[in-house]
Design a protein around this ligand. Structure first.
Ligand code: FAD
Ligand code: NAI
Length: 466
């Protein structure tokens, strides 16, 4: 059987690419070594959001219901049921991908894929049986894996990556998180809400590196108010797991000063992810990789070997599901001669803590470094009617616009539902819109997005409710 396209990996990059290719008339197959949906559906976006949702309601039931006049007994945690709720979310989504493959007549080959030559993919099934498939084009969408930390052995029981942290059988008394990035803050929030003491050790002098400075500072303050403790400019140099509790050695990041020992029941290693290309045969084929192990592609996602493309976490750029999806669509469209395109200036990023932290485009620090003159409009949720009604007034919206043209260059939101609100900013930016375009667009009242409108008005110093 000869295909037009074989996609290796069925994460958000791979499965979306396969569906778009099939829609465009390409005879398409996918190869997947585990279950459909990749990191995102099985051990990433979906299970983490299910636990964030459930743990947020658990916390609300314990802390916010009474002041709204809802009298309920103190909520009791049934962790096995909460983990089942998470598993049901995974299963539902994975089944959805299976349905979409069938609907689009995409052949799914279960097994480990290896590219033996351009146009030839060998699939090794779980029972050891191998089949070689032929195809015109191959897309590598094999995603990423947990970055290991030297000297700290992950056992996924007491020293866990995000994968183990999504399935802890009981709430740890003390969870020590290494890395104050997205995973550390999201999964740290889950277990803090469920009753753990959470300490986060971060190498740099602030949380969420890469985000707007003001957003980073305010988010840290809010998370501290919720009870999370941060040890900044620090690194964990070892974890002694010989005793009943883990003993982590924490040293100043720069290496000067005293080391301290902190005891914890569980240590979460969340210091980033690395591209995954093990056993794919890329070295043998001469596919060019960079110094960080990412597959090198040109603007058309073509690798250095003709007929082989790559998308998603395995190539450069933010390791985000929606970035992988958009690249999947773009490469499928390019394969049939259309003009697939991803605008890397407009890729939103969301941290699903409470409040959420969302951002698209440039930060003030980016623009200062690039020497671009800009105006800033800010609006706090304390002045937004709906946020006040909901008593969820933490955070603000910040719109950054070009000083000369008023074009929106970046939007940053800390606030309840920030992840949904950032979509409006992304659309305006995709159309090259100005802050005034947002300011003059009628926003429904009372809604949280009115704060986006007010921040856009504040760019021209004419916010009404502030
Ligand atoms: P992946 O999703 O990693 O999929 C790769 C697939 O390829 C896997 O199924 C793997 O089994 C398969 N594979 C690999 N090698 C082979 C082979 N040789 N043969 C056959 N199959 C193979 N991103 C967001 O945008 N929002 C979020 O909220 C979010 N939350 C996250 C939470 C966690 C805890 C983690 C870990 C990640 C999260 N991410 C989130 C990141 C997101 O999951 C990734 O960016 C996304 O999954 C990348 O998609 P991908 O298709 O490139 O690769
Ligand atoms: P990350 O890159 O977001 O954060 C890692 C953090 O660890 C950084 O703050 C870094 O400075 C710190 N660090 C690195 N080495 C350290 C050390 N030795 N000691 C202490 N701190 C150290 O990586 P994370 O959180 O592991 O997430 C991986 C990827 O998954 C991210 O790139 C993100 O894109 C994706 N993801 C996205 C989510 C979302 O979109 N909501 C949710 C979860 C993950």
């Amino acid at each position: 059987m000869a295909y037009d396209l074989i996609v290796i990996g069925t994460g958000p990059g791979g499965y979306v690419c396969a569906i778009r290719a099939a829609q465009l008339g390409l005879k398409t197959a996918v190869v997947e070594k585990t279950s459909f949906g990749g990191t995102c559906l099985n051990i990433g976006c979906i299970p983490s959001k299910a636990l964030l949702h459930a743990s947020e309601l658990f916390e609300e039931a314990g802390h916010s219901f009474a002041k709204m006049g809802i009298g309920v007994p103190a909520p009791k945690l049934d962790l096995p049921t909460m983990l089942k709720f998470k598993q049901d979310a995974i299963d539902g989504n994975v089944k959805g991908v299976d349905f979409l493959f069938k609907k689009n007549k995409i052949d799914a080959h279960n097994g480990f894929g290896r590219i033996v030559a351009p146009g030839k993919v060998e699939v090794k099934a779980a029972d050891g049986k191998t089949t070689t498939l032929e195809t015109k084009s191959i897309v590598i969408a094999t995603g990423s894996d947990v970055a290991k930390l030297r000297g700290i052995e992950i056992d996924e029981k007491r020293i866990v990556s995000s994968t183990g942290a999504l399935s802890l059988p009981e709430v740890p008394k003390h969870l020590l998180v290494i890395g104050a990035g997205v995973i550390g803050l999201e999964l740290g929030s889950v277990w803090r809400r469920l009753g753990a003491k959470v300490t986060v050790v971060e190498f740099l002098d602030g949380i969420l590196p890469g985000m707007d400075g003001e957003v980073r500072k305010q988010s840290q303050r809010l998370l501290e108010k919720q009870g999370m403790t941060f040890k900044l400019s620090s690194k964990v140099t070892g974890v002694d797991s010989s005793g009943k509790t883990l003993k982590a050695t924490i040293e100043p990041a720069k290496g000067e000063g005293k080391a301290e020992t902190v005891e914890a029941d569980v240590v979460l290693v969340s210091t980033g992810r690395v591209p995954y290309t093990d056993g794919l045969g890329l070295k043998e084929l001469g596919v060019k990789m960079d110094e960080r192990g990412r597959v090198v592609t040109d603007h058309y996602y073509a690798t250095s070997v003709p007929g082989i493309w790559a998308i998603g976490d395995v190539i450069a750029g933010p390791m985000l599901a929606h970035k992988a999806e958009d690249e999947g669509v773009a490469v499928a469209e390019m394969l049939v001669g259309q003009a697939g395109h991803v605008n890397y200036d407009v890729i939103p990023a969301v941290v699903y803590t409470m409040p959420e932290i969302a951002s698209v485009g440039k930060s003030e620090e980016d623009l200062k470094a690039a020497g671009v003159a800009y105006n800033v409009g800010k609006f706090p949720f304390t002045a937004n009617g709906r946020a006040k009604a909901n008593q969820q007034t933490d955070g603000f919206v910040k719109v950054i616009a070009d000083a000369a043209t008023d074009r929106v260059l970046g939007v940053h939101i800390v606030g309840s539902d920030a992840g949904n609100m950032i979509a409006e900013a992304a659309i305006v930016m995709e159309f090259g819109g100005a802050a005034e375009d947002i300011a003059r667009t009628c926003h429904a009242h009372p809604t949280l997005p009115e704060a986006v409108k007010e921040a856009a008005m504040a760019v021209a110093k004419r916010a009404i409710h502030m």
